[in-house]
Design a protein around this ligand. Structure first.
Ligand code: BTN
Length: 268
């Protein structure tokens, strides 16, 4: 390990209070994508909760194969390897639990109201602060074999350093609060919160999180268009159901309620 790696891992270990999440941490100054590396490692049955973290990513990925802007020195890009005994259909509600936890913690820390745009985007003041990318391999009986939870958070990124194409829609905690955050300390706090969330989810499922999600629901009541496998649907978002599916009341047909488990929101 070089100095930067040792420093980051040592600082993280000093601040970390978790039982298993991030207890084994692999830090890279630069990586293609922490999710891609974590998926490879996950196949080799590394320990539950292994953390892959990079200071920058050259091929950071978002949902639907979008690029995730990942410059060095400012933000957090990390992936956690997990082996939950759950059906693959849990991914959507697990994504929402992680998002709810992040929105709650970062909201308390910054004093700003942070929203979760179903199912994986963190929003503050109408701009994107971060995102979650869950990727998993499933068995023939529909169970998760391994799971990678990738999280990208804009922490200390100054506004002028976002590429022009992102400036109107992206923000960071530092832009929102006017101060810089110590990334290792913040990561240790986030891992603690996520460990509690993961354990509660394994024990009790999604139900304890439903009421936490509700006040953070960025889409609630909004009219939106969403591209699904069945085509583009338009309607009003009415929250989520107990599985985490988005409820969409079809425009012009109040009696038709779609339960959407996967789709890309085109406009809202
Ligand atoms: C999204 O909002 O579309 C999800 C973004 C997820 C980005 C993170 S950064 C760490 C991890 N590695 C990746 O390549 N992607 C996720």
């Amino acid at each position: 390990m070089n100095n930067t790696q040792t420093d980051f891992v040592t600082q993280l270990e000093t601040a970390l209070k978790t039982r298993f999440l991030g207890r084994r941490a692999l830090y890279f100054p630069e990586l293609g994508s922490t999710n891609t590396s974590a998926l490879q490692l996950a196949k080799e049955k590394v320990g539950e909760g292994t953390l892959i973290i990079a200071d920058s990513q050259s091929a950071g990925r978002g949902q639907k194969d979008r690029q995730w802007y990942s410059p060095p020195g400012v933000n957090l890009y990390f992936s956690l390897i997990l082996y939950p005994d759950l059906p693959i259909t849990s991914l959507i509600s697990l994504t929402l639990c992680i998002g709810t936890t992040l929105a709650g913690h970062l909201g308390r820390l910054s004093g700003k109201k942070i929203y979760l745009k179903w199912p994986n985007d963190l929003y503050v003041q109408g701009k994107k602060l971060g995102g979650i990318l869950l990727e998993a391999a499933g068995s023939s009986c529909g169970k998760i074999q391994y799971l990678v939870a990738g999280i990208g958070l804009n922490i200390n990124q100054p506004a002028h350093q976002f590429p022009l194409a992102l400036q109107a829609n992206a923000t960071s905690l530092a832009i929102q609060t006017g101060h810089v955050f110590e990334r290792t300390v913040l990561l240790a706090q986030i891992l603690m919160e996520l460990e509690k969330t993961y354990c509660l989810y394994l024990e009790r499922g999604f139900s304890p999180f439903l009421s936490q999600f509700e006040p953070l629901d960025y889409l609630a009541g909004k009219t939106l268009q969403i591209k699904t496998a069945q085509g583009i649907l338009e309607g009003r978002a009415l929250g989520i159901n107990s599985d985490g599916a988005l409820l969409l009341q079809e425009a012009g047909n109040d009696h038709l309620l779609h339960k959407i488990v996967s789709g890309t929101i085109c406009s809202f």
